[in-house]
Design a protein. Structure first.
Length: 338
């Protein structure tokens, strides 16, 4: 029986978590519509993970997206689950059946279209009925364009990426060195972090979410870890700003033709607070004093450590160095150089 590479799955899971957070901040025309950023790790994993590992990654991605968006126990989760399973299976079938005849571009388009077909089908049953025919064409068109763009990026990135080449030839991550069995379990930190994650994932109160944000930012500060306030402030500003362009609820005031509504403002604040909170909680949780026993605990430790490192250091992206900077970050995290 082939051994499962849990470390690789943890790394790709952290990438899904990170990209789900990025995607969550982007305004959407429908609550269950997704651009597909979090499909990139699955797309890339097809050539470096075994079939069962990729399938496991698909289900982990579904869970992580639900945690990020706070939809784990809502109808949106049903749409996300159906779309992600359809997308993941379609990409796997396309890649493994037509491996020598299909590129990442073709695989990505198959996955994107399968995702939206599944979601449109459910939307017709539960929400729109026969009127779903009016939203199907624009959704499929947008899905085709975004999956085409993601496929082109994946194709170009994998050709140039040092990190991807290291995975392909089997160079292992050095993350294991961080989690020796001699390290102590700090149950208070684990319990506090669990409470923080629970509030961020399942509560929609602006006050509760920002209490967690401020609390864990302070805890990160007193632990003398890297605390970057300005990026968080900018994230909150831009997420809230773009959320205001989808007004709903009570009108608070107006700027010309733009109505600033209570519902849009609350939604933007909740989204931004959730994203900042996840980063601060993960930075607090992952330290030299944290270690979880058992295979599941070790896997969770690695996922959170990878996620923390992916979000910990800022870097500037330009058109000229876009792929290089992303690849450099992934290499440093994979090699445990951050």
């Amino acid at each position: 029986m082939e051994k499962v590479d849990w470390n690789k799955i943890a790394f790709f899971s952290a990438l899904c978590f990170f990209l789900s957070a990025v995607e969550y901040a982007v305004p959407k025309p429908l609550p269950f519509f997704k651009i597909g950023f979090a499909n990139l790790p699955i797309l890339i994993s097809l050539s470096v993970l075994k079939k069962k590992e990729t399938l496991l990654l698909v289900f982990l991605k579904i869970f992580l997206q639900a945690v990020v968006s706070g939809t784990l126990f809502s109808y949106v989760f049903i749409f996300s689950f159906a779309g992600s399973v359809a997308s993941g299976l379609s990409m796997m079938l396309a890649y493994f059946i037509f491996r020598s005849k299909i590129s990442f571009i073709g695989v990505s388009i198959c996955g994107g279209l399968a995702n939206n077909v599944a979601q449109i089908f459910l939307a017709g049953i539960f929400i729109f009925g026969s009127n779903v025919k009016f939203i199907a064409p624009p959704m499929l068109s947008v899905s085709f364009c975004t999956s085409l763009a993601l496929g082109i990026f994946a194709e170009k990135f994998c050709r140039k990426s040092v990190w991807f080449n290291e995975l392909a030839i089997g160079i292992p991550s050095k993350m294991d060195s961080e989690f020796s069995k001699n390290k102590k379990i700090n149950f208070f930190n684990i319990a506090l972090s669990a409470i923080g994650f629970s509030v961020l994932a399942f509560r929609n109160s602006v006050l509760e979410i920002y209490f967690i944000v401020v609390l864990f930012a302070f805890l990160v500060f007193i632990k003398k870890r890297v605390l970057k306030i300005l990026p968080s402030v900018l994230l909150i500003f831009f997420v809230v700003f773009f959320s205001l362009f989808s007004p709903h609820g009570k009108i608070l005031f107006s700027f010309g033709k733009l109505n600033i509504t209570l519902g849009a403002l609350n939604l933007g604040l909740v989204k931004a607070g959730r994203l900042c909170g996840f980063v601060f909680v993960s930075q607090f949780l992952i330290s030299k004093n944290i270690f979880f026993n058992g295979r599941v605990g070790r896997f969770f430790s690695n996922v959170m450590s990878y996620f923390s490192k992916l979000t910990e250091t800022k870097f500037r992206l330009t058109k000229e160095n876009f792929i290089f900077q992303i690849d450099s970050r992934l290499c440093k995290v994979w090699r445990n150089e951050i």
